[in-house]
Design a protein around this ligand. Structure first.
Ligand code: HEC
Length: 148
């Protein structure tokens, strides 16, 4: 703030040719402050701290399988082959758990802002539709994926 005021004062005091250097101070980028760790996710997104990975929880896996049958199988397979979207086999080896959950819970944001998600769009030539899952349901999906 002090810097902004100094800049404004400097611009008022300057005479002669107006300089274009002084711009309106921008609001600080909130993202970096919210999640300084590794993932530049907005507030409210899943971070590594939100996920505990223990031994496979079969109850969650079963719940995830049900959701898969209802909402995901049209576009995804449990094997490695692409359907409309990528097959899920091995997905937990190349994606962080929080990335997977954010992809499920905040699909549109990820497709617009996350490079890895955008690369997938290039590959699939399709766009995943947000399936409106709850956090618990997204966690069930992660557990299912851990078994593949
Ligand atoms: C309408 C088709 C469609 C449906 C339905 C769908 N997805 Fe997707 N999904 C995609 C596509 C396509 C991609 C690749 C990103 C893109 O191109 O949008 C993707 C990518 C993903 C990824 C990242 C995979 C990777 O290899 O990194 C995850 C995780 C995922 N989807 C989870 C889900 C879950 C969970 C459901 C069901 C609740 C679901 N998707 C339903 C189309 C779909």
């Amino acid at each position: 703030m002090a810097v902004a005021i100094a800049l404004l004062l400097a611009s008022c005091g300057s005479s002669g040719t107006p300089t274009t250097e002084v711009t309106t101070p921008k609001a600080p980028a909130p993202i970096a402050e919210v999640a300084p760790a590794q993932a530049p996710y907005p507030a409210g997104f899943i971070t590594a701290a939100d996920i505990t990975l223990g031994p496979i929880d079969q109850g969650k896996v079963d719940a995830g399988k049900k959701i898969f049958d209802e909402k995901c199988h049209v576009c995804h397979g449990l094997g490695a082959d692409k359907v409309v979207g990528p097959g899920w086999k091995g997905v937990t080896e190349h994606r962080k758990p929080e990335w997977i959950m954010n992809m499920i819970l905040h699909t549109d944001w990820m497709l617009e802002n996350d490079t890895a998600a955008q690369n997938l769009v290039e590959l699939t030539k399709a766009r995943m539709v947000d399936q409106q899952l709850t956090k618990d349901q997204a966690r069930d999906m992660l557990e299912l994926m851990r078994t593949l």
